[in-house]
Ligand binder design. Structure first.
Ligand code: UD1
Ligand code: CA
Length: 515
């Protein structure tokens, strides 16, 4: 294939997700050298993923909803893998737990992480979920004073590596926990951080449903991300009571508990609230998707990809671009798509697991799925390359042409209104307008072979299996049912008869002699 890996911009496929430019990352308090420090090794991570996500109104478990082509849970695990790759992680599952588990297990990127699934049989609240993990065999390894537990909800997929790196720094000796907060202009739905006075220490977190009118005015919110001293966490969890508006065991009550017993509460306030968007309903899903997409598009634009209208282009995190690619409005790039340098992608194209060669041009509305377009080739407008198609270099696949599981050689032209399925088409072949491979007999698919330099006139069908030899001609309007040998001319249509004056007979203007 002509698209070379080395040509792709951005060293890491996931780099757009890290958001910050490399220089800023290197300045952050966490560097690679302390990734495997003993501090991190004594860290356990609990990811809460048992909730149904009622507000999502979907049968898919909430944490398996995707943005930028990645389920929320996978995005979170990727960030953990970057920050604390060797820490034991417990994923608390309940609703749709088989689906959640198999989605994670099927992703090879997580194969080297220490992942344990812990079942929360009934969803009795975030505190109960954490307790399920801590009371399990997994939780037993975290006894002793220096152990810390990072807790993450499964519905905050926009979290940053830098954020986690700060959160897992060693806790102060007298601290019970470190909590991540942020200021929101629109805090509805979030737990509010209640402080002693306006700037004083944290007293408690009050959930929206339990908050007084005055408490609801507070804009500093709890994010559900905490780093707990393991000892405090264990004893605190056993003291939780579901005495609140939702009759749930709230993890957030541990904050009030720490405050009452005069234990240290460290607060990390994150300046970019965008990174802490929780997703609870389809609207929040849209917004989070837009935020992540903007990060990805911006990163590629900074590396040399031209987007005429960045707001309307959607790029999965797994997509790769070489430099000098031009992208018109409304294009979707999905899955493992790779776009070679200088390629031009026209408006409203959809690319899914597509490989686009250098200098290739996709014109408006083309859909390319699991297929390859060679260097300098042109496709569209409104062409459809279905799975398993491969177009060689400098070829032309024109408007309203559908290819399926077909290989097309170099400098071949299929320029108008055709269906080519299960075919091998050679190089320098010309196929006229309105060509159809009749590849299906009702039971099986059959193969069509069209060899190099063959010329197929307009409005032909070939009934497969059939081969058209090198340099052969097929006359326009033919239905080819038998092989055509090299350099032959095939005419497979009935001879024309002209009946002079007969049109008038049809119109009733003249009696027919034959009558
Ligand atoms: C939670 C916090 C709130 C915070 C908000 C931030 C509590 C009580 N509230 O509210 O302070 O502002 O997150 O996004 O903690 N889960 C389980 N088992 C359960 C319940 C929940 O695993 O029994 C999981 C969910 O799948 C989800 C996460 O915990 O991933 C958070 O639960 P959710 O119901 O979304 O909490 P919020 O109402 O958003
Ligand atoms: Ca939530």
């Amino acid at each position: 294939m002509t698209v070379r890996k080395a040509f792709f911009l951005g060293a890491q496929p996931e780099s757009p997700l890290t958001g910050l430019p490399q220089s800023r990352y290197l300045q952050s308090s966490m560097t690679h050298s302390n990734l495997h420090s003993p501090v991190v090794k004594s860290l356990g991570v609990i990811v809460l993923a048992a909730g149904q996500g009622k507000r999502m109104k979907s049968s898919l478990p909430k944490v398996l909803h995707s943005i930028a082509g990645e389920p929320f849970l996978h995005l979170i695990l990727l960030r953990l893998r970057e920050t604390c790759p060797s820490s034991p992680v417990a994923i608390v599952v309940g609703h749709g737990r088989e689906a959640v588990e198999s989605s994670v297990r099927a992703d090879p990127r997580f194969a080297d992480m220490a992942l344990t699934f812990v079942v929360q049989p009934e969803q009795l609240g975030t505190g109960h979920a954490v307790r399920c993990a801590m009371d399990s065999d997994w939780g037993k390894q975290f006894t002793g004073s220096s152990k810390a537990i990072l807790v993450l909800p499964g519905d905050l997929p926009l979290i940053r590596r830098e954020m986690l790196a700060e959160l897992i720094q060693p806790l102060g000796r007298t601290s019970a926990l470190r909590m991540l907060t942020t200021d929101l202009v629109e805090p509805t739905g979030y737990g509010r951080v209640i402080r002693r006075g306006t700037r004083g220490g944290v007293l408690k977190i009050v959930e929206e449903k339990d908050a007084s009118a005055r408490e609801r005015l507070v804009r500093e919110v709890a994010t559900s991300i905490y780093c707990f001293a393991a000892g405090f966490l264990k004893s605190g969890l056993s003291k939780l009571r579901p005495t609140n508006a939702q009759n749930e065991y709230y993890l957030t009550d541990l904050v009030a508990m720490a405050s009452r017993s005069k234990k240290g509460i460290e607060v990390l306030k994150w300046e970019q609230p965008e990174d802490l968007r929780g997703i609870n309903d389809p609207w929040e899903w849209s917004e989070a998707g837009r935020i992540l997409n903007r990060r990805i598009v911006r990163e590629w634009a900074r590396s040399g990809v031209y987007f005429r209208d960045p707001e309307t282009v959607w790029i999965d995190s797994s997509v790769k671009f070489a430099e000098g690619v031009y992208v018109e409005p409304g294009v979707l790039f999905r899955g493992k798509t790779e776009v070679g340098s200088g390629a031009k992608i026209g408006p409203q194209c959809v690319l899914e697991n597509a490989t686009i060669g250098e200098g290739a041009a996709l014109k408006a509305g083309s859909v390319i799925v699991d297929s390859v377009v060679g260097d300098q080739s042109q496709v569209g407008p409104y062409a459809h390359l279905r799975p398993g198609s491969e177009v060689g270099p400098q070829s032309k696949i024109g408007n309203f042409v559908e290819l399926k599981k077909s290989r097309i050689g170099r400098k071949t032209s299929i320029a108008h209104l055709s269906y080519v399925g299960d075919a091998e088409v050679g190089s320098e072949v010309n196929i006229g307008c309105g060509f159809v491979t009749c590849n299906y007999d009702g039971q099986k698919k059959h193969k069509t072979i069209i060899e190099d330099r063959a010329f197929v006139g307009s409005d032909c069908q070939v009934v497969a299996p059939v081969t058209i030899g090198q340099g052969a001609y097929v006359a326009s309007g033919s239905t080819v049912t038998e092989n055509v040998e090299a350099d032959a001319l095939a005419i497979a249509r009935s001879r024309q008869i002209n009946k002079p004056g007969y049109a008038r007979v049809i119109r009733g203007e003249m009696p027919s002699k034959e009558k």
